[in-house]
Design a protein around this ligand. Structure first.
Ligand code: BMX
Ligand code: ZN
Length: 289
């Protein structure tokens, strides 16, 4: 069965032709302006035009809060949806195919959970990318909550004196640790500005660059320990462009080892690598209810 997988992030959209949970072909393009659901859906389908004949279903994983009515933003600074954005409906109208849609990190959490040892029953997936997203599996089931908000761990407010987050709270993990937050801090310190990829390279020799990345990893470590205290997780899986960048995971692990033992939790890299959310988009058709 061929599935069109669509992963909508704050910066880019990845699409994949997925067969038997394997990405056979993959493309990506910058996230277009989010205005009309019909034209947004059509733009995505245009990028997949030559796959459409083979496709039987469409799975979407998207940044934002997903409800029956569509997608809305928790942090409009990462991507501002005119809420609620009825993307699943628009894709179904245009293709007449079944469409399933989940929050990006929730979809990835379910996929990643199935790749872990059977002894793991409670886990969280955390993506550090444009924002900081999360998905939670409790006792072997994806926990989305009544409103779909469950897992939005990027909006744990961890520093009352921290920066204002686009969600309206102060000192959210996302405002401190995300790729966007790293870029902001880096732009204040480096002229000419560095891309985040360059910043990670620079960090090998430049203490200022290392300090910015360390600050982000420390916030993610705090988040992991808070989740351990709340849910007694067996494991955390880390993904996203920043989360999988050079030695970021090791920085998080090192920070966790400095916390009291009761709050320490194992953190591993996503099996789906940078495509955990894309694989999750297709994989949600395998989700038990
Ligand atoms: C934000 C929020 C989450 C999302 C997370 C990671 C919006 C639009 N998104 O916290 O729903 O999971 O970012 O998103 O409010 P990404 O774009 O970094 O993958
Ligand atoms: Zn927030």
């Amino acid at each position: 069965m061929s599935t069109l997988a669509i992963d909508i992030g704050g910066t880019k959209i990845a699409i994949g032709l997925v067969e038997n949970d394997v990405i056979v072909e993959r493309r990506q393009f910058p996230t277009p302006l989010v205005q009309q659901a019909d034209s947004f859906a059509q733009t995505i389908l245009d990028h997949a035009a030559d796959w459409l004949d083979a496709i039987k279903q469409i799975g979407v994983s998207t940044t934002g809060l997903v409800t029956e009515k569509g997608i809305s933003s928790i942090n409009p600074d990462t991507l501002a949806f005119p809420a609620p954005f009825p993307l699943a409906h628009a894709l179904n109208q245009l293709t007449h195919l079944p469409v399933a849609m989940l929050n990006d990190a929730q979809a990835a959490a379910w996929y990643e959970y199935t790749k872990l040892p059977k002894s793991v029953r409670n886990m969280a997936f955390i993506t550090v990318s444009t924002g900081v997203g999360g998905g939670i599996i409790i006792d072997g089931k994806l926990h989305s909550g009544i409103t779909g908000l469950a897992g939005h761990v990027g909006h744990f407010s961890i520093d009352p004196n921290g920066p204002l987050c686009g969600c309206g709270q102060i000192g959210c993990v996302e405002a401190i640790a995300s790729g966007t937050a790293i870029k902001r801090a880096s732009d204040q310190r480096f002229n000419p500005p560095l891309s985040n990829v360059e910043l990670f390279e620079h960090a090998k020799t430049n203490p200022d660059a290392e300090e910015i990345i360390h600050h982000s990893a420390k916030a993610i470590a705090t988040l992991c320990c808070n989740l351990k205290a709340t849910l007694d997780l067996d494991m955390v899986v880390l993904g996203g462009g920043v989360g999988l960048a050079d030695a970021y995971l090791q920085r998080v692990q090192q920070q966790i080892l400095e916390r009291p033992k009761a709050f320490q939790v194992a953190v591993v890299a996503a099996q789906g690598d940078y495509d955990a959310c894309l694989l999750g988009a297709a994989f949600q058709f395998n989700k038990e209810d």
